[in-house]
Design a protein around this ligand. Structure first.
Ligand code: FNR
Length: 361
């Protein structure tokens, strides 16, 4: 961490960087073990890799003779008007990348008009993030824990602190197995999982591996906030959480960090949209690395998308400013792709604007 701090002090210019550039720069700043932890995928990383490859297999069909002198990316999500459809998904322990941690990420989200989803395994607490970033739209993510009182405590704290939704991650009843060069990676002693301070259960052993739909229904009945299920990849899964009463789903395979061998997240999106898209809000994450990817996810029916790893890369490079840079890059790329493909507003980004490459065979 000392090394991380020393390197962070270097002035790194971050204008006009692609998300790939941020990743390269972050690699120079972070310790090898932290970089590997952020980047990792489970087992043989086939899902982690296909999340990105599958985007390349989807091609954009441009229309011309359209006035694209004014591009609008604005949309509405859970009854809030937002200027564009990209937010920061829940990822654990932002202080690994920069000591300003989740507060910097939440402030960057607010500055760029993005929603910030705080992970329950954060290194800044529910309350600290709410106090420091009051103007950012914040949602709170949690797992289903063995001990329901932890879920209840977190929900009440999130409600009180002004978070607008609860995200329940359903795709990790156990940890996805990984093979790492630095397998003993652990939280440095100067950092803590802040939400768990005062809770006697060991955070790493709190997540339930026996939860059922009854547990989700209990969560739904225990909070006044809308509940979003994250990690849904199938029509069956989407219908179950819709019928239980969830307001939305995030189509996600956890960035390829849990079950290896699933379809890529973008390949799973149309199935979920077809099954529940008319009833509940379908959102998306896993593999977004550019504005063209955002465009493709929206065209395939996502109402809103989230990014994971790129936030760490921005944070590592330049703290809040770096995360703002990552979001700004995505925004500029999305506007550029919309203009070049003849989409003046997000409502023009429809299913017929993309096609799988096999179509051309
Ligand atoms: C995650 N993710 C995650 N998800 C979640 O629900 N709770 C969590 O605490 C975490 N923690 C976490 C840590 C790190 C380092 C990463 C990279 C990811 C998964 C995350 O929300 C999201 O699904 C993926 O990161 C999206 O894929 P991309 O954008 O990283 O490709």
């Amino acid at each position: 961490c000392a090394l991380l701090e020393a390197k962070s002090k270097d002035k790194i210019k971050s204008t006009n960087l692609s998300l790939e550039d941020y990743k390269d720069k972050a690699k120079d700043v972070l310790s090898s073990s932290t970089y590997e932890y952020i980047k990792k995928g489970s087992l043989r990383k086939s899902t982690e890799k296909s999340n990105k490859k599958a985007f390349k297999d989807i091609l954009i069909r441009p229309h011309y003779f359209v006035d694209v002198s004014n591009i609008s990316t604005s949309t509405n999500i859970l009854d809030k008007d937002v200027i564009w459809p990209v937010g920061i998904g829940p990822t654990a322990m932002h202080r690994l990348a920069h000591l300003d941690g989740e507060v910097a990420s939440a402030l960057a989200a607010g500055a760029q008009g993005s929603i910030f989803v705080l992970s329950s395994f954060s290194t800044a607490s529910i309350e600290e993030v709410a106090e420091q970033a009051p103007d950012t739209i914040k949602w709170f993510q949690m797992y289903i824990y063995k001990n329901r009182s932890i879920n209840m405590d977190f929900m009440k704290r999130a409600e009180k602190a002004g978070y607008k939704a609860i995200v329940i991650t359903v795709d990790a009843p156990v940890h996805g197995k990984t093979y790492l060069k630095y397998p003993d990676f652990d939280l440095p002693p100067n950092l803590s999982l802040s939400n768990f301070v005062g809770i006697t259960d060991r955070p790493s052993q709190t997540v339930s591996s026996s939860f059922t739909i009854e547990d989700l229904k209990w969560i739904l009945s225990s909070t006044s906030l809308p509940v979003i299920a994250k990690g849904v990849l199938t029509k069956e899964g989407a219908k179950i959480v819709r019928d239980a009463g969830c307001t939305g789903v995030i189509v996600s395979n956890h960035g390829g960090r849990q079950l290896d061998g699933t379809p890529s997240s973008i390949e799973s999106l149309p199935e979920v949209v077809r099954a529940v898209g008319k009833d509940i809000t379908v959102m998306f994450d896993s593999g977004i690395r550019g504005g063209d990817d955002v465009f493709k996810a929206i065209a395939l029916g996502a109402k809103y998308v989230f990014i994971g790893r790129p936030v760490f890369y921005g944070l590592a490079v330049e703290g809040q400013k770096g995360v703002e840079g990552v979001l700004d890059t995505l925004k500029q790329e999305l506007e550029n792709v919309m203009a070049l493909s003849g989409c003046a507003s997000l409502s023009d980004v429809k299913r017929d604007r993309v096609v799988h490459w096999k179509y051309y065979q």
